[in-house]
Design a protein around this ligand. Sequence first.
Ligand SMILES: *Cc1c(COP(=O)(O)O)cnc(C)c1O
Length: 423
Amino acid sequence: MTNKQAFLEAKKYIPGGVDSPVRAFGSVGEDPLIIDHGKDEFLYDIEGKQYVDYVLSWGPLIFGHCEKDIENAVINTAKKGLSFGAPCLLETELAKLVLSKFEWLDKIRFVSSGTEATMSAIRLGRGFSGKDGIVKFEGCYHGHSDSLLVKAGSGATTFGYSSSLGVPEDIVKNTHLATYNDLESVEKCFKNADIGVIIVEPIAGNMGLVPGNLEFLEGLRKICDKFGAVLIFDEVMSGFRASATGSYEFNKIKADIITFGKVIGGGMPCAAYAGKKEIMDLISPLGGVYQAGTLSGNPVAMAAGLASLNKIYATPNLYDELGKKSKFIIDTLQSSANEAGIPLQTDMRGSMWGYFFNENPVKNYADALKSDTKMFAKFHAQMLKRGIYLAPSQFETSFVCTKLSKDSLDKTASAVKESFKAL
Ligand SMILES: *Cc1c(COP(=O)(O)O)cnc(C)c1O
């Protein structure tokens, strides 16, 4: 079966043929690859073609596909049962490991997706502050819960809707939109409404890669302190990706709640939110903020997360090495674009890297939207043809994994040069 045939078949039974919209390759006008298997830095489609993978399941696979320690942990744990709906030792072990790296966070609650983590963190933040209003930034994506699906990035940007059908006005009326990297827009929100929570991606990765600048993030901390609001750093993507401590390595700001996902599960469905004791103790069964999950903290997800994080902390210079790979790629992109006379903006944080077909530096969502998405689509197709699998949208971040070899980097560099020439 070809990719095309398999996708046609899938579309008969699954809306759009996919279980998450951006996978449909809609914004680049191609058919998606249907994946057979992955190994190290490679994906293999059902036609048997090999691709260097810079999507890495949208972030989780920092050690690439089929990493032995993670694979063994999952297999061995699965043999003892997949889920108990009762406490297991691995939950406490993973909790201790994560919290030991963030000295100001006292407790953590595990859930199964980033969406659940941010949704629950918002509920907790509102419960703690006693105020309904929240501030979210245009272009930041925090999963698809109702109150956060307003001018969200990721698939929601790719598909050009600023919101979603089926989200009641009554719910989003408490969501106040501000401009990323713009403190004045945040102050305005606080002037106009009773705000109890700010949620932000400190390193935005869902409108393309747009790091928050230091004054902006420090300003958010100050505003929250002044108004008694809860600061949530959504590090579902940047956690254990930008560095071992996510954005903290770069900004040294202590958020009240941090949400984790992606890498924390090593490829299994696992996410979490962590905070100070006085906040976290408000969660049921200790306090009045309800949150639960049938498969939360299941042993297999915990084992995958533990194996992944243990390996991260046991690997010296991990993020320096990953950073060198990111740097090599964005440097190649930039120099090839310059040679071709095509305006391009590039940036990176650790193992995250991004590029915009844009004349000017991108500081916020409005800037990102000025990118040349048609040019992006052409570039994407050229790269795919040459065996390089990039995220199929201008408004996503790309990643590198530890397994990415010199050969694959060289192959990528050649593909980049040839693709720019072909544009
Ligand atoms: C991926 C992501 C989410 C949503 O996580 P899911 O596991 O897809 O629900 C939330 N916030 C950020 C910053 C993300 O990158």
